[in-house]
Write a new protein. Structure first.
Length: 445
């Protein structure tokens, strides 16, 4: 009997140690079994306590009155299945008539305490069915990306979502994005992760870096890179000219006639034959304020920059030109045209901000809850951000730490993939320069 008690004490001690030091290991070894048992045992009571039940049908109530039996209890939503995952448990629930998926979303915090898990999120799968995701531990505390990811052309994994899934930057689905964050919020790490993943793909990288220190280390992988507003205006106008030429190619290949099937009519570069398809271009702008702000009231250079950016944001997707804009703020105080430009940027990512108005600039037209979540990011969680979608949904993510050396090594490794774009040849960065040695001063005899 004493050996059994000792073994039990060792197991409990090991479980507590894993829960403290290695929560992911604890979840895979002990947490899943305990959570599944707790959910099965408490399910009906938790649904009733969280007001997620419905009254019995009128027929059952009438039969109970006629037979003089006690009134039937509240009907509990049917649990279709329970599926353990790497970071939590997923529940598929069949709702009763009269219930709404919003009721489960509103009860997420109560469900979290009742089931004893770290996070609860819900979403509607189809009419009458809702899926609840229970996260067993804080997956954003130590970010560990899964070994296998769903990579593809212009689809890259960049962060981990709070429910344990992977957040992808899919340029074909969300062509243009804006990333906002204060200093030391992890915005640069997010940028490095994106560039590191894109370096291995057959795409052209174009950069505008007026700070001259963020993108210059990646010069070997960039087809064009400028570091001042004057060159930036010329570069953006060159991109607009390339976009117009690409549209001419698409127009010639449409072959619209009475006997042409609809599937063969080209509407963007992905419908073109591979031999004619131009290489996609991802434009990274490190600090939008350096381009949009001007001390002059009517600055022609600024007008050229903003006009070109708006045209690329409105028309660039079909021509294979995608925008990634970064900045500490992105509001109307940057001048005319900024609000119009922001309206074209579908992707919204906000890291830690210093004031609520900055979060409202990104999420004010999406969700007030996303604005509140962005202002609650602590200083100790660098790389943590809130991502908003045009549907009104939002989620928390955190980027794994990517050092400058890791990103530079990836760019150097895939430097042979850098395409030469004739329209942008004069903006191609110069690399492999031999440093000039300082002349040695002869010592006095």
């Amino acid at each position: 009997m004493s050996w059994i008690l000792i073994a039990l004490a060792v197991v409990v001690g090991l479980a507590l140690l894993l829960k403290w030091r290695r929560p992911a290991w604890y979840w895979l070894t002990f947490g899943i079994l305990l959570a599944a048992f707790r959910i099965r045992y408490r399910y009906a009571a938790v649904m009733d306590a969280c007001h997620l039940t419905v009254p019995a049908s009128r027929l059952r109530l009438a039969l109970a009155r006629w037979s003089k039996k006690p009134a039937p209890q509240q009907r509990v939503p049917r649990l279709l299945w329970l599926k353990p995952t790497r970071t939590g448990v997923r529940l598929r629930i069949k709702m009763w008539p009269g219930q709404d998926a919003f009721e489960f979303s509103a009860a997420a915090d109560r469900l979290r305490h009742s089931f004893g898990v770290h996070q609860v999120t819900s979403r509607e799968i189809k009419p009458g069915v809702v899926e609840i995701t229970l996260t067993g531990y804080d997956v954003l505390k130590y970010v560990q990306m899964p070994a296998k990811n769903d990579r593809g052309l212009l689809k890259i994994p960049v962060a981990l979502v709070e429910d344990g899934s992977v957040h992808y930057r899919d340029y074909r689905e969300v062509p243009h994005s804006v990333t906002v964050g204060a200093t030391q919020s992890g915005k640069s790490v997010f940028q490095r992760s994106v560039i590191k993943e894109l370096a291995a793909q057959p795409v052209a990288l174009v950069g505008i870096d007026c700070k001259k220190i963020e993108l210059s280390p990646f010069a070997r992988r960039f087809s064009a890179l400028v570091d001042n507003p004057d060159d930036a205006a010329d570069l953006l106008e060159a991109l607009v000219s390339r976009m117009e030429v690409t549209y001419d190619v698409i127009r010639r290949e449409q072959r619209i006639s009475a006997d042409t099937p609809d599937g063969e009519i080209a509407a963007n570069i992905w419908d073109l034959p591979e031999a004619l398809r131009p290489v996609p271009i991802v434009v990274t702008i490190d600090e939008i304020a350096e381009l949009a702000m001007s001390s002059k009231r009517n600055d022609p250079r600024r007008d050229r920059i903003i006009t070109a950016l708006i045209r690329l944001a409105q028309l660039g997707r079909a021509a294979g030109v995608f925008l990634d804009i970064y900045g500490q703020r992105f509001g109307s105080e940057l001048g005319d045209g900024i609000t119009m430009l922001r309206a074209q940027l579908t992707g919204r990512t906000v890291h830690r901000v210093n004031d609520e108005s900055t979060a409202k600039m990104a999420f004010g037209d999406i969700s007030p809850h996303a604005v509140f979540a962005a202002t609650q990011i602590p200083n100790t969680r660098r790389g943590m951000a809130v991502v908003g979608y045009s549907t009104g949904e939002w989620t928390r993510i955190r980027t794994p730490h990517t050092s400058m050396r890791q990103a530079v090594s990836a760019c150097n490794r895939y430097a042979h993939l850098t395409p030469d774009l004739p329209e942008l040849a004069r903006f191609k960065p110069v690399v492999d320069l031999v440093p000039v040695e300082a002349p040695q001063v002869a010592e006095a005899a």
